[in-house]
Design a protein around this ligand. Structure first.
Ligand SMILES: Nc1ncnc2c1ncn2[C@@H]1O[C@H](COP(=O)(O)OP(=O)(O)O)[C@@H](O)[C@H]1O
Ligand SMILES: O=C(O)[C@H](O)[C@@H](O)[C@H](O)[C@H](O)COP(=O)(O)O
Length: 185
């Protein structure tokens, strides 16, 4: 396939988004964004206390990420974004902004002619057992493993007409990145 403007690596917490996303971006020579770095302090504190985020918490965060993607893609920059993007609606916001209207989320009415982001989705999927095992071993991260069940409950795996591939997290990192590189050709 022709290279998309942006490649989203999505999945529940601990599925490997940050690890795979960073590796892939360096292999492709694309810019890497980790959506975790863009959570407002309130969201981090909420998750840190073991409370799952809701739509209201996530929408402004996703809008900000949409604006970043649009700006990068409009300037010709290819981007890898690691982001949970658990629901179809969240991925739609990354592509089109909040109301499905191709404009800047924070500035209604401005830049209305901007195109939507062409997004290729990589879903890292795996069993609760494998992923919780990895989260329990991961150190120094604000996301508590207890929130994993709510992530699975919220997850809406991508489906047509979304442009996506799904890869099992049981594969090695090099198998995962090789599969993605092949899909991009
Ligand atoms: N394919 C893989 N095989 C083995 N370990 C992995 C794999 N992908 C990620 N990990 C490990 O699992 C943990 C969670 O990965 P991470 O990238 O932080 O996930 P996420 O960003 O989705 O929360 C990390 O300790 C990482 O090193
Ligand atoms: O939408 C959400 O609930 C959060 O984005 C969540 O899915 C994300 O996973 C956290 O930011 C923790 O970060 P890790 O995914 O790196 O564990």
């Amino acid at each position: 396939m022709a290279a998309p403007g942006a490649l989203l690596v999505m999945g529940v917490s601990g599925s490997g988004k940050s690890t795979v996303g960073a590796l892939l971006a360096s292999q492709l020579g694309w810019k890497f964004y980790d959506a975790d770095d863009y959570h407002p302090e309130e969201n981090r504190m909420k998750m840190g206390k073991g409370i799952p985020l809701n739509d209201q918490d996530r929408i402004p965060w996703l809008c900000n990420l949409h604006d970043i993607l649009l700006r990068e893609v409009a300037s010709g920059q290819h981007v890898v974004l690691a982001c949970s993007a658990l629901k179809k609606m969240y991925r739609d916001i990354l592509i089109r902004g909040k109301d499905g209207v191709p404009r800047k989320c924070g500035e209604p009415g401005k830049d209305e002619k901007l195109a939507e982001v062409k997004l290729f989705v990589v879903h890292l999927s795996g069993s609760f057992e494998v992923i919780s095992g990895r989260l329990l071993k991961r150190k120094g991260h604000f996301m508590p493993p207890e929130l994993l069940q709510s992530q699975f409950d919220t997850l809406e795996p991508p489906s047509a007409p979304e442009i996506f591939i799904q890869i099992n997290v049981n594969k090695t990192l090099s198998e995962i990145t090789a599969t993605i590189m092949k899909a991009l050709k």
